[in-house]
Design a protein around this ligand. Sequence first.
Ligand SMILES: [Zn+2]
Length: 262
Amino acid sequence: MTRFFISGLVVCLAVAGCHVVPDTGRRSLSLIPMEQEIALGESTFAEIKDAETVSDDREKRERVERVGRRIAAVAERDIPGLDWEFVLFEDDAINAFALPGGKVGVYTGLFQLVETDDDLAVVMGHEVAHVTARHGNERMSQYLLVSAGGIALDVALRNRETETRQMALMAYGAGATFGYILPYSRSAESEADELGLYYSARAGYDPRAAPRFWERMAEAAEGRASPPAFLSTHPSHGRRVSDLENHMPRALRYYEEARQSR
Ligand SMILES: [Zn+2]
């Protein structure tokens, strides 16, 4: 783990394969060229739309779209060519996901826990943050480093499209039913929580909905044989709520500004 961290750091310093995450200032590893990252997100999302059923609940679909766009409007910073898409899939799973390029999927099962738009904004903020922080690129880059080491790195940096794309597809595990979405790292999840809180507040949604929403999520997990997928790869509940409380003063400042500018 330490060795991996150091090698990541060296690469970060040595080449331009680095991205500074807006709002947190963290440097993240990004070896996949932006256009390829976006193209991969788009093709994977197209596959998912083919394989899954898009919900025919028009009211909920529009809600997902409206809240998602309002959040994306205040979140988008330095990533050109993002084409946001917010799609509601018919599935009882309490889950949502995000892919590079601005592709966000939400499952109807999530509405078991969503009451207000503030609640929905918690999820949309979190998923939009995975996109703007380029967590997909980071995950693929880490995979390239770990699994194929120098060769893959060389390929990625020389921008030889086919090879890089194949590696990236492997990193996504594309093809297996829903295995295509590798879990993000714990730290990426925490960062998405933090950024999501700021985004929803800037978009005018009450950030205090977040700890309450995750509370309900944790309750929903209790007594289930398998917890909601959304929880299994995410920070432990206690840690998550205490982190959110730490970020709350900053989020509340954004929320006040958003309300006053209306
Ligand atoms: Zn997440």
